[in-house]
Every structure is written in C-alpha cells, then in structure tokens.
Design a protein around this ligand. Structure first.
Ligand SMILES: Nc1nc2c(ncn2[C@@H]2O[C@H](COP(=O)(O)OP(=O)(O)OP(=O)(O)O)[C@@H](O)[C@H]2O)c(=O)[nH]1
Ligand SMILES: [K+]
Ligand SMILES: [Mg+2]
Length: 428
C-alpha cells in the first residue's frame, strides 16, 4: 500500500495550511522532516528541516493505524499557509521512496475501504464540504453522521428476520411445523415497505435542499419582474427597460433564503407576440415556470394576462408596483423595495414547510436502491398472499436486502465508487 500525501486545505495564502500524509510510511516520512513525533493525538510544535535548513515551524499531529480518519497511520503537518512553504514540504515528501501525491478523494476512499465510513457517510461528507446554506449543512451532517446507515441497518434487520422465519419452515419441511410464520413475515415486510415508501415520498424535497429550490417570477411584460429580481439580488442581474418584451432568456440568481438554497428565475413577460425571438422566450418562460418548485405571479393593478401559466398550491400572487398603487398586503415594488421582505418571508415559509418533510435519502442513487427494494418487497408480499413457496419468497427478500445494503456500500461497491469520488478534490 502506497503512502499518500496532499495539501488538505485550500490552495493559496492563508494563516495555516495542512498537509496530510496517510499510509504505512507516514510516521517515517514525518520523522524525516521534523525529527521526533509528539505522542499520538497530541499536537507538538516542531521545526521542519530540509538539508539542515529550517523551512517552517509546524504543529504536528500523529495518529496511529486504526485510530485515524483513513484507518492508516496518519500525520498532519499544520504549516504556515505560504505557497513556498507548502511547495517545499510537498517536494520533500514526493522525493521520499514509497510516497506519492494522493488522487482526488483518496483519503476518504481509504477511510471507506478500511471501514471507518460507510458509502452513505462518504456521500454525506462530500455534501458537507460542498454545503453553502444552513439546511444543506444540516442535511449533509445527518447523512455523514450515519443516519441513513442506521435506518438501512434497521430495515435489513427486519428483513433478515423475515427471511430466517421462512427458511426455518424450509429446513423443517419434513417435520410438522405447527406455527404459521406467514403473518409475522408479512407484518415485517409491510413495515419496511411502508418506511421505504415514506423515504421515496420525501426524496424530492431532500434533493431540493441539496441542489436548491427553483422559484420563478412570472407575469405580463413590464410588470417589473426583472426590477424585482435585481432588488433581491442586490445587483443588475437582468436588463430592465420600459419596453415590454425586454427579457427573453431565463435569468437565474442564487440566494440563501433563511438557510435554504433558492434559485430565483426571472422570465420573459407572458403574452402573444409576433416577434419570433420574444415568442421563443415566452415558450421558455412557460416551461421553466411550470417545472419550478414555486411561482410568484406578479400582476400590475387592473391588468390581466393573456397567456398564463397554471398556478399550484403554495404559489404567490402579488400586485406589482406597490409604490404606484398605494401598497398594502400582497403588493410589492422592485423599484422601492416595499413588500420585498414580506414576499421573501412568504417564500421562505412555504419552502420551509416543504423542507420539513425531507427524507433521509438525498441522492438518485439512494432513491433507486430504495425503490428497487420496495418493489421486491411488494412482490414478496403478493407471493405470500398467493401461497408461493417459502424458498421463492425468501429469495425475493434477499433481493431487497441486497438493494438496501448497497445504500451503505456493502455490495455493488465498485460500480458506485468512481461516481461518488468523481466529485471529491485532492486532499479529501
Ligand atoms: N413605479 C415603479 N416602476 C417600476 C417598478 N418595477 C419596475 N418598474 C418600471 O417598469 C418598467 C418595466 O420594468 P422591468 O423590470 O423591465 O419589467 P419586466 O416585467 O421585467 O418586463 P419584461 O422583461 O419586458 O417582461 C421599467 O420602466 C421599470 O423602471 C416598480 O416597482 N415601481
Ligand atoms: K420591460
Ligand atoms: Mg424583464
């Protein structure tokens, strides 16, 4: 096994830069740089030397194999965050036999391979590092701390018991087994199937928390949609003018709305138009608005709309240009900002209400495994009903168990590893 090393912190000038070394040669490599190592898990200040010259003063941390992030011997060198210091240390490590630069995600991959993390935790860690909003952080932390693994283990436990009950009947087929195990098996199968269905139902929202909710601003031309978007963005994200039909493309602005990641969409004003390009914009506006999680309908007082998008429960209907019409509840003005805080609070309340129903599963990979397991359980329940032999029902349960184990990487792991690690950067 190679000993790997990498800069674990972001590149560039900083107060501190951490170089991490992991593998059987980590301790030896570190001793060559700093002399004696401090006791395991205790920070110690050491001079880093190259050919007798002091390169930097570093805080050194050393972890024994079996008690580190990767499960291997690990040394962390907390250097001053200078490009020159970091480069000198990386060069010295690269020159040592048996050491090489880590691949992207390789530290985490070793943690997985050594059983320090399960696959879902690895995904949670990737999301945690990528998280930008409070809801993203909280959701990622839940997965990273093993919540999905614990749930999967509970479901697996119930299904293993159900399969064992059926297998006991198979083993004692010649004897007179007085108990009918089918009711208990069915109860276990139904219980897990229900829990899986709940995960599927909450998946869409969990995915939105991870990737962001889309909220589209729609309305007739010149309603002030782009002006409103710019007010919220705090910059000129979209062109505005008194000419109807100014916006043609969809303009996206990403905001952090009370901890939720939200992408606001400014769209072309909806109307019938002979202008070919504007008509393309109106088409695009309608499609994106219909796909969005929520719509803000902006309508000037006394004005109708000739070409509209269907509203759905939870959408907001607001009167535009509140400054001209005297304002009041349900009115908003991008020009003056009045009503904007109330509008943002209403969006946050609606999306927050939906976010509360988020599942523990957060990725399409999880959803596919849960769906496949639930389908197998449905088949098993139906077979029990029809009096199909215990062997066949038990093998169907094994299919479901296998799919649930894939959530935490117990099976099919190679297939998903490359995809999962593709999003990691070097040093993780
Ligand atoms: N008084 C007032 N004028 C506004 C307000 N919002 C926008 N306007 C004006 O209304 C006109 C249209 O504004 P835009 O933001 O371009 O409207 P839009 O809905 O994006 O228009 P299209 O992209 O053409 O559909 C501009 O002259 C703005 O200055 C507002 O809240 N109050
Ligand atoms: K306009
Ligand atoms: Mg516009």
């Amino acid at each position: 096994m190679d000993t790997i090393f990498a800069l674990a912190t972001a590149r560039g000038r900083a107060g501190v830069a951490v170089v991490r070394v992991s593998g059987p040669g980590a301790g030896t490599a570190a001793r060559a740089l700093v002399g004696d190592l401090p006791p395991a898990r205790r920070a110690g200040l050491r001079a880093v030397r190259h050919a007798g010259e002091v390169i930097d003063q570093a805080l050194v941390l050393w972890f024994e194999a079996g008690a580190s992030f990767t499960g291997e011997e690990v040394v962390e060198l907390h250097l001053h965050g200078s490009m020159a210091v970091v480069q000198a240390v990386l060069d010295m490590l690269a020159a040592m036999p048996g050491l090489r630069m880590a691949e992207p995600g390789e530290f985490t991959r070793r943690a997985l391979e050594n059983g320090r993390l399960d696959l879902a935790q690895v995904e949670g860690l990737a999301d945690l590092i990528d998280s930008e909003t409070e809801a993203q952080r909280r959701q990622a932390m839940r997965v990273f701390s093993g919540a999905l693994g614990r749930k999967a283990e509970g479901w697996r436990h119930d299904l293993v018991r159900a399969a064992a009950l059926l297998e006991a009947v198979i083993d004692f087929a010649d004897e007179d087994v007085p108990v009918d195990v089918r009711p208990e098996v069915l109860a276990l199968v139904d219980g897990v199937a229900e829990a899986l269905a709940a995960e599927e139902a909450g998946f869409g929202v969990a995915e939105r928390i991870r990737d962001g909710f889309e909220v589209a601003i729609v309305g007739p031309p010149n309603a002030g949609k782009s002006t409103l978007l710019n007010r919220i963005a705090g910059r000129e994200a979209a062109l505005t003018s008194d000419i109807p039909g100014t916006t043609r493309d969809v303009i996206e602005v990403r905001i952090d709305l009370e901890g939720l990641a939200v992408t606001l969409l400014d769209t072309a004003g909806l109307r019938d138009t002979g202008d070919v390009i504007e008509a393309l914009g109106v088409d695009l506006a309608r499609r994106r608005a219909e796909m969005a999680d929520m719509r803000i309908f902006l309508l000037p007082e006394g004005e109708g709309i000739t070409d509209t998008v269907a509203a759905r429960p939870g959408d907001l209907h607001l009167r535009a240009k509140a400054d001209l019409s005297g304002g009041g509840a349900g009115a908003v003005s991008g020009a003056t900002g009045q009503g904007v805080p109330e509008m943002l609070a209403a969006i946050a309340a609606e999306l927050g209400r939906r976010a509360a129903g988020a599942a523990t599963i957060t990725r399409a990979r999880h959803r596919d495994a849960v769906l496949a397991a639930r389908v197998a359980l449905q088949d098993a329940a139906e077979m029990l009903d029809r009096g199909v032999s215990e062997e066949i029902v038990a093998s169907e349960l094994r299919v479901a168990i296998g799919r649930l184990e894939s959530l935490v990487g117990k099976v099919d792991i190679e297939q998903v590893l490359d995809e999962v690690f593709a999003s990691f950067c070097i040093g993780k």
